[in-house]
Each structure stands twice: as C-alpha cells, then as structure tokens.
Design a binder for this molecule. Sequence first.
Ligand SMILES: [Zn+2]
Length: 140
Amino acid sequence: MIPRSGNIHLTAEQMNILDEQAKSAWPIEACAILIGRTNKETVIINEVYLVANSDKSSISFKISAQDTIRAYDRADELESEVVGVFHSHPAPPFPSSTDLQFMRQNPVVWVIMSMPSGVVKAHRLTDNNAEEIGIRVTSN
Ligand SMILES: [Zn+2]
C-alpha cells in the first residue's frame, strides 16, 4: 500500500465550535456535518453544521434524514460539499467497528473527539480501512 498523506484544515473557531458541542452534549455523543471543499489531498472546512444526535445516546449517534438534507442544502448555498462527519464518543478518538461500517457508507473524512479528554483525530477510508490523516488548525 502506498502511504498517503492527507490533511483536514479547520479554523481555531471551528475547532472551538466542535469542542463546545461535545462538551455541552456530554455524556451524549455530539455530532456535526462538515461542509467544505477538497483540493487534492487537503480538505478545507468552510462551515461546521451542528446537528442533533437523534439516538440521544452516550454510545452511538445518528443524524436524521431531515438534518442531512438541510446540511446538503447549506453546502449548495455555500457552493461547497459535505466533506466530513464529526462526532464525539467515550473512547479513544479512533473509529469503532460501527463507525467503520458507516464510513464505508459515507466515505468522507471522519473527525472524532474522544470524551472527556477532548483529543481529536481525523480518519478517512483508504483501501477499505480507516487511515489517519493530519488535522491542521488554521487561524481564522
Ligand atoms: Zn464513534
């Protein structure tokens, strides 16, 4: 396998929004849809679209069809795309086996925040497996 280097760029403000969402939802898993653009191996986030966890669970999350449609509409407005999914979970920030199944259905960048530590990692699907990519926090 050829090692690939990828990156996701978020602004400090966007990271802060994700952090606040995860903290306020805790112990329920928080989630968000990440809207932006992909330029070769780099994914640049334009907007964090906060959504509710319709599972209201501390061990799983689900984004409603209605929220998903709204996020896609918002992406269209911004002339961007849905490029990532964010969620927090009570484990290290690596995709669980359930997350991996959903990653195969939604092969965008998956950003996971471990709670309560707040450590964040990003993964995407490469050869059917989750591969970690770098997170670059840019100034606003
Ligand atoms: Zn998870």
